[in-house]
Write a protein that binds this ligand. Sequence first.
Ligand code: HEM
Length: 147
Amino acid sequence: MAQQIDTNRSGDPGSFLTGYRWIATVFALLMIIQAFLGMSGFVNAKEGQVTMHEMLANLMFLLAIGQAVLAWLLYTRKVTVAMPGLVLNGVLVLLTIAQIGLGYAATSGENFGDLISLHVPNGVLLTVVSTSLAVMAWQVGGRRSAA
Ligand code: HEM
C-alpha cells in the first residue's frame, strides 16, 4: 500500500529510514559470516571462531531489536514500513532468539546433533527473512512507499 513520508510529524523519518536500511543490510550480511564462523569453528575445532560466532550472535540480537524498533517508528510515521514489514521484523527477532537458544543449548547439552540440526535450518530461515527485509528496505525511494 502506498504511503507518503509525513515530515510534519515529530522525529526525523530520513534518519530512521537510513538507520533501518543499514541495520537490515548489516544483519543480512552477518548471516553469511555467521554461517562460516559456526561451521568452520565446529568442523575445524577452532575455539576462537566459535567465540566470535557467539559474540556476533549477541550483536545480532541487539541489531534485530534495534531494527524492529526503527521499523515500528517508521510504521507509526507512515514511512516505508507497512504492517507486513513490521510483522516480518517481529519474526526476525523471534527467530534470532530461537537461534541463540538453540546454539547455547546445543553446545551446553547432550543433544548436540539434534539441536544443531535445528540450528542450521533456522539459520537458513533467518537468512531468507533478513535478506527479504534488507531488499524491501532499499526498494522504496526516500519519498515513496513500501510494503
Ligand atoms: C546458517 C548459519 C549458522 C550456522 C551454520 C551455525 C552453526 C553453528 C554451529 C556448528 C555451532 C556449534 C559450534 C561448536 O560447538 O563448535 C553453533 C553455535 C552457536 N550459534 Fe550458530 N550457526 C549459524 C548462525 C547463527 C546465528 C545467526 C546465531 C545468532 C544470531 C547463532 C548463534 C549461536 C550460538 C549462541 C552458539 C553457541 C556458541 C557457544 O556456545 O559458544 N548461530 N552455530
